[in-house]
Design a protein around this ligand. Structure first.
Ligand SMILES: NC(=O)c1ccc[n+]([C@@H]2O[C@H](COP(=O)([O-])OP(=O)(O)OC[C@H]3O[C@@H](n4cnc5c(N)ncnc54)[C@H](OP(=O)(O)O)[C@@H]3O)[C@@H](O)[C@H]2O)c1
Length: 288
């Protein structure tokens, strides 16, 4: 059985990965004290003892606002933690899969779906640190894979801690009758986490490199929210729940919407995502 070391297994993606794939793989799920990713010595000792076949690196400071306020901490966890794991995975020939982010594109001014070979200059610490982590990872480990994930959502599930995301924010807003504001000057993919988790095992055989990994979406975030609201078939009027925010991102349109062409080709079609609207439809078929 393939042994997978999962970092960040207690997080949003990690818990869902463990639930979906826990019977198919031998999973190593160390606590922070068993594996301190910020310490090279701790990582090296852990790999020496456990020798995983695959490392799925989900651990991160994932809140962009927190990283902006605490850049040193973000650097230690998001950059150095990734580097330590990538180096040690290379030493024991383990496949290294790192969750990067579409926030890497948040300084880009281009329109349309963005590809991995575009020059990038992220504007916030989170995006900068994810980019630096990718670069250090590739330097340490040419077979490593970075997945630039989009914003993910799921339904509230009593098995897991509550999570604020696109779908749960909507559910709460409708229950409380409080409106949500969505930017008209923003383009991004929004992905059901179940699709991410389902595709993950196929990433273990990808050639080393950086890949976009999530739903494509050609609508702006306000248009996307309007379409989701309609699919919910809610009795409230749209204008009571979905408001257009036309002022956010005044400098340039914030386009972080991805193209999946590279990963689809590299996996010979094994890795596939619905676009954001089709993903909503599938999600609501299961969770309405
Ligand atoms: N969720 C999204 O929409 C999204 C979008 C794009 C990219 N991503 C990326 O995808 C990955 C998974 O995201 P997520 O939403 O599952 O994140 P999450 O819910 O915030 O979980 C982060 C995990 O990292 C662990 N962690 C934090 N600091 C750590 C440290 N110093 N040492 C070891 N573990 C540490 C946390 O453990 P504790 O709970 O014990 O603190 C938790 O298990 C992250 O790399 C994130 O940046 C997420």
């Amino acid at each position: 059985m393939t042994t997978i070391l999962v970092t960040g297994a207690s997080g949003f993606v990690g818990r869902r990965f463990v639930k979906r794939w826990g019977n198919d793989y031998h999973l190593l799920l160390p606590s922070h004290s068993e594996l301190n990713i910020c310490s090279e010595a701790s990582v090296s000792a852990y790999f020496h003892t456990h020798r995983p076949d695959v490392v799925l690196h989900l651990a991160a400071l994932s809140n962009t606002g927190y990283c902006e306020q605490h850049p040193d901490e973000s650097f230690k966890v998001n950059v150095l933690g990734t580097q330590h794991l990538a180096e040690n995975a290379a030493k024991c020939a383990a496949k290294f899969i790192f969750f990067s982010s579409d926030q890497i594109y948040n300084g880009n001014w281009e329109e349309g779906p963005l590809s991995e070979d575009m020059p990038v200059a992220p504007e916030n610490h989170y995006g900068k640190h994810k980019l630096e982590a990718e670069q250090r990872m590739m330097q340490a480990n040419a077979e490593a894979v970075a997945l630039r994930a989009t914003w993910m959502y799921d339904a509230d599930n009593p098995e897991f801690p509550p999570h604020a995301d696109f779908a749960t924010n909507f559910a709460r807003a409708i229950a409380e009758g409080t409106p949500l504001r969505f930017a008209t000057r923003e383009y991004r993919g929004i992905t059901w986490v179940a699709e991410v988790v389902e595709n993950l095992p196929h990433t273990f055989s990808l050639p080393g490199g950086v890949y976009n990994f999530g739903a494509e979406n050609h609508l702006n975030t306000y248009q996307t929210a309007c379409r989701y609201f309609k699919m919910l078939q809610c009795r409230l009027p749209l204008s009571e729940i979905v408001l257009a925010d036309t002022e956010r991102f005044p400098e340039h349109i914030r386009n972080i919407s991805i193209s999946n062409q590279k990963i689809t080709q590299a996996s010979a079609g094994a890795i596939r995502f619905n676009d954001t609207l089709k993903g909503f439809k599938r999600f609501l078929e299961v969770h309405r």
